[in-house]
Design a protein around this ligand. Structure first.
Ligand SMILES: Cc1cc2nc3c(=O)[nH]c(=O)nc-3n(C[C@H](O)[C@H](O)[C@H](O)COP(=O)(O)OP(=O)(O)OC[C@H]3O[C@@H](n4cnc5c(N)ncnc54)[C@H](O)[C@@H]3O)c2cc1C
Length: 494
């Protein structure tokens, strides 16, 4: 029995390190790092300003190959594929297993065959990963990673009834064949094994597992207001303010991880750490279309970002609910929604109107206008969708993008000075890579003995998190959806 298998049965702390680690921010990055460390028995304190975990900008798509982004390089797509596979292995209960159909409108500048070279590279990489370790086979057979369907093949599917379960890949295209205006598209269309990722189910797993892990100390409703480097040691004094009182609480830590998402610059400024980064405010919308029935894939209609023809994305949930993105200035994107840091501050400054949307609420008329705009955007291609209605407030938030390339989609972590790391993920699936890099840094700093870590430096060891049952995750995710005022369908598995 190797070290990993031996300890899965005993659940004893694996590491003797007494280092005290603070993680500021309980989004997908901070929660993943807290789980990764606490599963190993490290003394971890997770400090979150809000009342619950993973309550930041939305997450609906597992970018297992980055095929939504034609503008990024193949290397980023391959990294997204690898990181997504790791994410499915660690958090299988957070994944909505259904493929994505990608179609090019006739107005689009590209051709479907332009996608082929990258898809072949991704399929080869997936085959290689599966050959190396069969546990990586989480996206189906490598040979079936993607498939193109001609107009004739899609036309044949129109005569079939929309099924409730898929027995073969083409079953996922039957609702597409019935409801999409095929004359507006170039053929062939692509079906690729990019699944959905549920933010509510992710939040549920994180909170259930953290409740059970004795070495993880969760402090919610606690905002970090100051950090001071200690003079005598390499540690930090972290000051937090409980949201309901004025009292400031000081705590000492050996290592601090800044996982504050789009607010990471505020913590960087507290420790005078310079960093170039951008922050982008975006929103997705929730619509109800009860007429829809049966099996739906995610459907993406390509288009040029920021123009009225920007990409349209339809993400299905149970009971006729859909999440919608439209990469136009009137739907998902916002005028002046992308801002950069400056010489004086590592925190990019979003206009007050965005901060008010994040901290307070959206004006009702704006919710209606933008959601109806997103419905209309989808209805260009799915005509029946024009009867869909506004189902909830938008899913929205700001995300950070490190550096100066607004198209960057894969990033994980950077370090400043000693005993200070900041997570800089752009996609949820990069959170594990951030955790791994910080674990390595703890070894490099001498806070963890490498000899004790052994396989765990590379092996994702999450026995407690992985014990969460489907039932428990669904129950907790539904509770969170209700608390946050969203339809419970968004919390259910497809
Ligand atoms: C519209 C939209 C759609 C998206 N869709 C997808 C998608 O489909 N798939 C995908 O992978 N990614 C998607 N993303 C990106 C994804 O949401 C982010 O990458 C991810 O949420 C970032 O996680 P994080 O943990 O770094 O930050 P966050 O989730 O922002 O978490 C940071 C946490 O830090 C806390 N915090 C901040 N300051 C303090 C402080 N001083 N003290 C204590 N706590 C503090 C905050 O309350 C917050 O909970 C989308 C983003 C947007 C905007």
């Amino acid at each position: 029995m190797n070290k990993v298998q031996a300890n899965q049965t005993t659940a004893q702390p694996l590491l003797s390190s007494t280092a005290k680690i603070a993680i500021i921010g309980g989004g997908v990055a901070g929660s993943t790092i807290a789980l990764r460390f606490a599963e190993l028995g490290l003394n971890t304190t997770l400090i979150e300003k809000g009342p619950s975990l993973v309550n930041g900008p939305p997450i609906c798509h597992l970018h297992a190959g980055g095929n939504l982004y034609r503008e990024i390089c193949d290397e980023q797509c391959i990294t997204l594929l690898q990181q997504s596979i790791d994410t499915v292995r660690v958090y299988p209960q957070s994944v909505n297993v259904r493929p994505t159909v990608i179609a090019l409108p006739k107005t689009d500048h590209g051709q479907p065959e332009d996608l082929l070279p990258r898809l072949e590279k991704l399929r080869a990489k997936y085959s290689e990963l599966v050959a190396k370790d069969s546990r990586n086979k989480v996206l189906g057979e490598p040979a079936d990673y993607f498939r193109f369907y001609s107009r004739d093949e899609v036309d044949v599917l129109r005569s079939k009834a929309i099924p409730n379960e898929a027995t073969q890949d083409s079953d996922w295209l039957i609702s597409f064949a019935h409801h999409v205006d095929l004359d507006r598209l170039k053929f062939p269309v692509l079906l690729v094994q990019e699944y959905g990722l549920s933010a509510f189910r992710f939040a549920a797993i994180a909170s259930l597992a953290i409740d059970t892990l004795p070495s993880c100390h969760l402090q919610t409703d606690s905002q970090v207001v100051a950090i001071i480097q200690q003079k005598t040691a390499l540690g930090w004094q972290v000051s937090t303010q409980y949201q309901q009182s004025q009292t400031i609480h000081h705590q000492q830590f050996d290592y601090v991880i800044n996982a504050c998402g789009f607010k990471s610059g505020e913590i960087d400024d507290m420790v005078s750490a310079k960093r170039k980064r951008m922050v982008e405010f975006k929103a997705a919308y929730v619509a109800h279309w009860p007429e829809c029935q049966g099996l739906w894939p995610e459907i993406v209609f390509y288009g040029e970002r920021g123009t009225p023809q920007g990409m349209a994305q339809l993400t299905p949930y149970p009971d006729g609910y859909f999440q919608l993105h439209g990469m136009t200035q009137d739907i998902t994107l916002f005028d002046q929604g992308l801002v950069a840091s400056c010489q004086q501050s590592a925190q990019p400054k979003l206009a007050q109107r965005f901060i008010e949307k994040i901290d307070k609420q959206w004006p009702e008329q704006l919710v209606n206008n933008r959601t109806l705009g997103s419905i209309e955007h989808i209805a260009q291609f799915v005509p029946g969708f024009n009867t869909a209605t506004v189902a909830a407030k938008p899913l929205f938030g700001a995300q950070q993008i490190p550096g100066e390339d607004a198209d960057l989609r894969t990033a994980d972590v950077s370090f400043y000075g000693q005993h200070y790391a900041r997570t800089e993920i752009v996609k949820a699936s990069s959170a594990l890579a951030a955790a791994d890099a910080i674990l390595q840094n703890l070894v490099d700093c001498g806070l963890i003995a490498e000899s004790e870590l052994g396989n765990y430096l590379t092996e994702h060891y999450f026995p407690i998190s992985q014990q969460c049952s489907e039932y428990e995750v669904t129950e907790r995710a539904i509770m969170l959806a209700k608390q946050r005022d969203y339809p419970i369908a968004l919390a259910k598995n497809l």
